[in-house]
Ligand binder design. Sequence first.
Ligand SMILES: CC(C)(COP(=O)(O)OP(=O)(O)OC[C@H]1O[C@@H](n2cnc3c(N)ncnc32)[C@H](O)[C@@H]1OP(=O)(O)O)[C@@H](O)C(=O)NCCC(=O)NCCS
Length: 173
Amino acid sequence: MKTIITTSRLVLREMTQKDYPALSLILQDTQTMYAYEGAFNNIETQEWLDKMLARYKTDGFGLWAVILKNTKEMIGQTGLTYQSVYDDKVLEIGYLFNRKYWGNGYATEAAIACKEYAFGKLNASEVYSIIRDTNVASMNVAIRNGMLIRTRFIKHYRNMDMPHFAFSVRNKQ
Ligand SMILES: CC(C)(COP(=O)(O)OP(=O)(O)OC[C@H]1O[C@@H](n2cnc3c(N)ncnc32)[C@H](O)[C@@H]1OP(=O)(O)O)[C@@H](O)C(=O)NCCC(=O)NCCS
C-alpha cells in the first residue's frame, strides 16, 4: 500500500479495493452524506472508489484513506482532486470522515497536511475547498486550514443546483 503523508496521529495512503467496507461506513451513512444529498448505495460507493483509483493513476493523487496510527483503522478520506469553479480547474482538498471520529481534530490535521503537500510537493500556488453553503463543519475545517471564501457559485450535482462556497489559501512562499 502506498503511503503518501504521515502526521502526528494519522497516515494518509492510497485506497485499495480492500477499503470498500470502511468506505461504505462513510458514504452510506445518511447523516455524513447530507451535503451530498443523501447516502450512496453499493453501486455509487464502488464508482466513487473506482474514480479515486483511476485518479491515482492519471493525476498522481486523489482522496486518500486516513488511517489512525493507534488502531490502524481507516477513519476517513482526505486528499487532493481537480475540481471546477466556474470555468477554472482548481486543486481541491476534500475530506469525509466516519461519524464516530468527528470532533477530534482529525479532519483539520489531515487537511493541513494535504495543503502542505500541495504547496511543497506539487508546487501549487493555491488550494481550494469547495463547500456546500449549509455545511458548517466543513467550512470550519477550511477556516482552520487558513482558507478564506473567494466566491459563491452553483454546483450541479445529483440533478440539483446546490449553492457552494469556494474557499482557498494561497502559497505565500
Ligand atoms: C467535515 C468533517 C470532516 C469535519 O469533521 P470534524 O470532526 O468536525 O472536524 P475536525 O476533525 O477538524 O475536528 C474539529 C473538532 O474537534 C475538536 N478537537 C478535539 N480534540 C482535538 C485535537 N486534539 N485537535 C484539534 N481539534 C480537536 C475541536 O475542538 C473541534 O470541535 P468543535 O467543532 O466542536 O469546535 C465532518 O463533519 C464530515 O465528515 N462531514 C461529512 C462529509 C462532508 O460533508 N465533507 C465535506 C465536504 S465539502
